[in-house]
Design a protein around this ligand. Structure first.
Ligand SMILES: *Cc1c(COP(=O)(O)O)cnc(C)c1O
Length: 357
């Protein structure tokens, strides 16, 4: 197979060794004589997978057992309602920052359960920056932010100081892309399919003490407590996506978050550098808020947009069309994407400038 340079925003590129490990496990898993797709989730072999995956998440985050690690279904989008359902009680208010489409969806769902205050928004500027410098009411149930705005290519590089208010974060598109003080956060969630694994599982990490705050009567599956008390095995968990996520977590641990961060910064610096240098392209987001994961750029010759995308395809660079709501181009540079892929894209941009600049 001629492997392409995969710039898709999600589902997204996975490390080659993870794909190989996943293939091997489909054939036969852990000496069981069965495929991973056939084994019981209650088997010793799979319990070991869950234990190791949970432990690796805590290790990579530098957190201890005061936090619960959950592997849930329903995507990050289900966290948009599960968070307020559990943690926005009658008479309380929850605070949100509206930094893009995903944040706005989270806000809409929260409003179903109680009072929501949007403390800051960049919507009137087409979400081209991260809203900053707002006051956080200290009686808020929580403050919800989106660390990386996948569609617009903005990313937090400085966290709001939430004081005593629990900080909740949707990290779907930049989880484990850099070293962070994860203890700043009381709840973190991420759909796996961007930086962690295949679609089908969502990582949730939350402070166990939060579980005492839940007042609403909820169906078992919609309570974090159920999943925390049952090690994410209250029902059959998504066995295969969890296993592939474990393989990715091992890959991240073996490389180290520092090395991953350094390479992500190098990839983003190279690409933003070329966008700035190249007379045919520009980046709509300003330096301070630029994402290292999803690099959004446009051409000064919009009539040639499809020509550029065709040239990318010919050079085996795929997934570069901007989100359908944003247009232009987007290069997603998730952890598993190598420098050589960024260099291949830069080559296409240079040729484009030679022909059309
Ligand atoms: C992709 C994405 C989502 C939606 O994830 P699903 O798993 O498809 O529900 C939510 N938030 C962010 C930041 C995303 O990038």
């Amino acid at each position: 197979m001629n492997k392409k340079h995969n710039f898709y925003a999600g589902p997204a590129i996975l490390p080659a060794e993870v794909l190989e490990g996943a293939q091997a496990a489909i054939r036969e898993f852990g000496g069981t004589g069965l495929s991973l797709l056939e084994i019981s989730h209650r088997s010793k072999a799979f319990e070991a997978v869950m234990d190791e995956a949970g432990a690796l998440v805590l290790e990579l985050m530098g957190l201890d057992s005061n936090y619960a690690v959950l592997f849930l279904t329903g995507g990050a989008s289900s966290q948009f309602y599960m968070v307020p359902m559990n943690f926005l009680n009658e008479g309380e208010r929850a605070c949100y920052v509206n930094s893009g489409v995903w944040a706005a969806k989270a806000i809409k769902e929260a409003a179903l359960f109680g009072r929501v205050e949007v403390l800051a928004s960049s919507e009137s500027s087409a979400f081209q920056f991260i809203p900053k410098d707002f006051a956080i009411p200290q009686d808020a149930a929580y403050l919800h932010i989106t660390s990386n705005n996948t569609i617009y290519g903005t990313q937090y590089h400085r966290w709001p100081d939430a004081g005593d208010v629990p900080l909740f974060c949707d990290m779907s598109s930049d989880i484990f892309s850099r070293r962070l003080d994860f203890s700043k956060f009381s709840l973190i969630y991420a759909g796996a399919q961007k930086n962690l694994g295949p679609a089908g599982v969502t990582l949730v990490v939350l402070r166990r003490s939060l579980l005492d705050r839940v007042q609403r009567k909820l169906p078992a599956m919609l309570q974090y407590r159920t999943h925390a008390e049952n090690g994410s095995m209250y029902n059959t968990p998504p066995v295969f996506p969890i296993y592939v996520s474990l393989l990715t977590l091992r890959w991240i641990r073996n490389r180290g978050l520092d090395a991953i961060e350094a390479q992500n910064l190098e990839k983003a610096t190279r690409l933003y550098g070329e966008i700035a240098r190249n007379s045919c392209f520009y980046a709509p987001v300003a330096g301070d808020d630029r994402s290292w994961m999803n690099i959004v750029f446009r051409t000064s010759r919009p009539e040639l947009e499809s020509v550029f995308l065709d040239r990318c395809k010919e050079a085996n660079c795929v997934g570069l069309a901007g989100h359908r709501s944003a247009g232009g181009f987007r290069a997603s540079l998730y952890n598993a994407l190598g420098l050589e892929s960024v260099d291949a894209l830069i080559q296409v941009m240079r040729e484009f400038e030679r022909l059309h600049g």
